[in-house]
Design a protein around this ligand. Structure first.
Ligand code: ZN
Length: 410
């Protein structure tokens, strides 16, 4: 073997790198040992993942390492994820008792997945529960209901979901509910109706975080005014960097932060990159083709549709029809949100298994890169830990305390 060949071998099979004295600064993935150590001792929390759809549609084994999709136990371990909020989601056009029933089915599916993997997973409903899971080397599983339509206009269903372990509810999904406006629908209620405000108060009482991702700007400000506890934006990014209605303006980020809330940055390419958004808006036929083709390949299986949609979108990128979005845009959004809202008000809400991931963040195993990049941008280890999960834990504690004050069961 030539000297060059030996070096190449060493790069491919990193085990002998230390012998050559080349591994002091970086591991095989370019992450510094300091970042790796910090990442794996921190509690890393992701507040939004759509993997539940795979559990529902695909008889999906969470314990196996998969070559498609974004999340499973082996890859969560590789990514050092400490807590994950699985989304309970059905389209906002499904309403009435069916919406409640389907939400309950998904809650049961998540609970069953946890029960089937007791060595790796534990259901958590409090910040203390997450800390405990971390201390015992397990991944905490939590749930968030993505869309107020699933309560079927009945506060009793807020209580029911909370009792089953749900710890946040996004007030709307992509269409308005009967009591709140969505950011991607025509305004019908000027924000929240009186009943919508009651929903927020009931969520406060039972200790369920109020999630403002997906809601209209006016709904956000109404929820902020009425809530007795800080809010979260479980999977939203910054509108100043990418003008999507799903993202938050700087004013919204400041107002959210002033009341103690946290914006958990979404990794979806269409929310990260203005260039990508402008190109997709200029070529609506590409999106239409992706939607139609994914449905053709998958039928009603939404988990499959999402995987195909990401694949087809990447084909458009490879063909030069859409720009390539690099994962470091996630860091740009985190950095912007920190500059606007402060270090105590930013977290992570990937939208894994529910969106198109940027290049280099193909799945949950890539999370340590975020820690590495933040350290390289000059963030202190303590500040990185806040972003990774500390801020979300603090909001959870405040929501739990507010619930106690209001006589809830938390
Ligand atoms: Zn969403």
């Amino acid at each position: 073997m030539t000297r060059l060949g030996l070096l190449l071998f060493a790069c491919l099979f990193g085990g002998i790198l230390p012998l050559l004295g080349l591994a002091a600064a970086q591991t095989t993935h370019g992450i510094s040992p300091q970042a790796r150590a910090l990442h794996f001792r921190s509690i890393v929390i992701d507040t939004h993942d759509d993997t539940t759809q795979r559990l529902i549609y695909g008889h999906f084994d969470l314990a196996a390492r998969h070559t498609d999709g974004d999340v499973d136990i082996p890859r969560m371990r590789e990514g050092g994820l400490g807590a994950i909020f699985f989304s309970i989601y059905i389209p906002g056009t499904i309403t009435g008792p069916e919406a409640v029933q389907r939400a309950l089915t998904q809650i049961n599916a998540v609970r069953a997945a946890v029960a089937a993997n007791p060595k790796d997973l534990v259901l958590a409903t409090t910040a203390a529960g997450i800390r405990q899971a971390h201390a015992s080397g397990k991944i905490a599983v939590l749930m968030g209901v993505e869309g107020g339509h699933m309560i079927n206009d009945d506060l009793a269903n807020v209580d029911k979901f909370a009792a089953l372990g749900v710890r946040y509810m996004t007030l709307t999904h992509m269409v308005n509910t009967d009591w709140g406006d969505s950011s991607t629908d025509k305004p019908a209620h000027n924000g929240l109706t009186d009943f919508g405000k009651q929903v927020v108060r009931e969520m406060n009482r039972v200790g369920m975080m109020v999630d403002v991702s997906h809601v209209s700007d006016k709904t956000f400000y109404d929820a902020l005014a009425v809530s007795q506890a800080p809010l979260i934006a479980s999977h939203s990014s910054c509108r100043a960097l990418c003008n999507a209605p799903r993202n938050m303006t700087d004013d919204m980020i400041r107002a959210l932060a002033a009341k103690g809330g946290v914006i958990q940055i979404n990794y979806h390419v269409g929310f990260l990159s203005q260039e990508f958004r402008t190109a997709s808006d200029a070529h609506p036929e590409l999106g239409k083709y992706v939607d139609a083709e994914s449905k053709k390949r998958c039928g009603d299986d939404e988990a499959c549709q999402l995987i195909q949609s990401e694949k087809l979108t990447r084909e458009h990128v490879a063909q030069g029809k859409l720009p390539r979005v690099d994962w470091t845009r996630i860091i740009d959004h985190i950095d912007h949100a920190v500059k606007v809202g402060g270090i105590d008000h930013v977290g992570l809400g990937s939208d894994f298994d529910g969106a198109n991931m940027p290049y280099g963040m193909e799945d949950v195993s890539h999370l340590p890169q975020i820690t590495d990049a933040l350290l390289k941008r000059g963030y202190s280890p303590a500040d990185v830990q806040k972003i990774l999960g500390g801020n979300t834990l603090r909001v959870m504690e405040q929501v739990e305390a507010a619930s106690k004050r209001m006589g809830g069961k938390q």
